[in-house]
Design a protein around this ligand. Structure first.
Ligand code: ZN
Ligand code: ZN
Length: 418
């Protein structure tokens, strides 16, 4: 195998399909629409195919913004001490202006998840804070779902070496590329039809859950006995959805989850993580927490406990839930058996919960609710949103109806109804 992939570790046909998926299924790009793309320099082969499909779909302006990991490290190691509280505000203001004028947003991820693991934590924190503040107006257009947007992945070398530490470089890139293609359905002859079918299946699930209108979900599994109350007027989401500009898009490629907003004050019991959580260059394993009144009152981790505690201490909302998501154990990403060290992939391997910020789109009429109204329904608020996996092959979930009766939702990690 090693020899075969020496020249071309990334399959050109599947790469072109991935580009097509990004433009058509991911963004639902409209004729005449502008598009802003961020990407690591390594992802140029995918970026070029995306530009080609975007122009064929009638894109007006295609603006790429490239980042380089070596340049990021150079800044941290060589820039003057005063540099780290600054960000290119003019650039982020420009992005926000582009979105306000109707541009679509595409992000290609593929960077080294451990890039900053050994850098000066203080500098990294200052740099992240300055960037977050400058980026906020642009990010809000995305998180409020004002525009159609999409995230898709490209197999960067450092990322591939982390996922496949025992393989030669080209072989690792080849394997990660194939894993990305399979998870993103770019390995199908007709990937757009495959996505239409997948989106319809996710829609059936979320429609059924909306009809049931459960008051709570009860998770049971190894080390887990957890009741998650759902927010009042919660709405399930998954797969394709409509942005406020009217365009239907798939924000995440891949995606296997249906998810909603839990009630920040109605979570009780014990839950244990089933997969490692890769967080800002650290690995947190075997998390075990106890919830009372919606809040984590006891937290342990087999590995990375200090990092986990730092997440919990971010702010008042970091100890409460902002998301609960259902993913069958048979999902293709779970079946791959890989740990991607990237939430875009890892959260689609198992049922998960997220500490921190909730999604207002997972509340009925959420687009028009004020912060106070969201909180009154039980929606959590925080600067963080950290997903971690709690599902596996032994997960049973019951839905608890508003009248207290039980409906089986998952048995042994799989959906009960077809
Ligand atoms: Zn999720
Ligand atoms: Zn999440």
């Amino acid at each position: 195998m090693q020899e075969k992939h020496k020249q071309q570790p990334v399959d050109a046909v599947k790469l072109d399909r991935l580009a097509q998926i990004a433009v058509k299924t991911g963004l639902g790009l409209q004729k005449g629409q502008n598009i802003v793309v961020t990407a690591p320099v390594e992802a140029l082969p995918l970026l070029r195919r995306i530009a080609c499909h975007a122009y064929r779909a009638g894109a007006n302006l295609f603006t790429p913004l490239l980042a380089d990991e070596e340049l990021t490290l150079l800044r941290l190691r060589e820039a003057p001490e005063t540099s780290f509280d600054h960000a290119a505000g003019w650039l982020y203001q420009g992005m926000a202006a582009a979105y306000a004028q109707g541009a679509a947003r595409l992000a290609i991820v593929g960077e080294n998840p451990m890039l900053l693991a050994n850098e000066d934590a203080g500098k990294v924190a200052r740099l992240n804070k300055a960037t977050s503040l400058a980026y906020k107006p642009a990010l809000e257009k995305i998180s409020n779902f004002d525009i159609n947007w999409n995230i898709i992945a490209y197999p960067g070398l450092a990322w591939a070496r982390l996922v496949f530490p025992n393989l030669a470089e080209n072989e690792a890139v080849y394997r990660l590329a194939e894993a990305i293609f399979a998870a993103s359905r770019a390995d199908r002859e007709d990937p757009l039809a495959a996505w239409a079918e997948h989106n319809a299946a996710l829609r059936r699930r979320s429609d059924w859950l909306d009809t049931e209108n459960f008051a709570a979900l009860h998770f049971k599994g190894k080390g887990t006995d957890l009741q998650i109350g759902l927010a009042e007027g919660h709405k399930w989401s998954g797969g394709a959805s409509q942005a406020k500009n009217g365009i239907i898009c798939n924000p995440n490629i891949p995606t296997e989850e249906v998810f909603t907003t839990p009630h920040a004050y109605k979570v009780e019991g014990i839950v244990q993580s089933t997969k490692p959580l890769a967080h800002h260059g650290s690995l947190i394993e075997n998390i075990c927490v106890r919830f009372k009144g919606g809040q984590i009152i006891e937290a342990k981790a087999g590995k990375g406990e200090a990092v986990f505690n730092r997440i919990l201490e971010s702010d008042a909302g970091a100890r409460r839930l902002g998301e609960v998501a259902l993913v069958p154990h048979s999902s293709p990403i779970s079946a791959s058996g890989l740990l991607f060290y990237n939430t875009l992939f890892d959260e689609n391997a198992a049922c998960h919960i997220a500490l921190g910020q909730c999604y207002s789109k997972c509340l009925k009429g959420g687009a028009h609710l004020s912060k106070e109204e969201i909180a009154a329904r039980g929606g959590n608020s925080s600067l963080v949103h950290v997903d971690w996996m709690i599902g596996g092959g032994d997960t049973d979930i019951d839905g608890i109806k508003q009248d207290g009766s039980l409906v089986p939702v998952f048995r042994k990690g799989e959906w009960v109804s077809a």
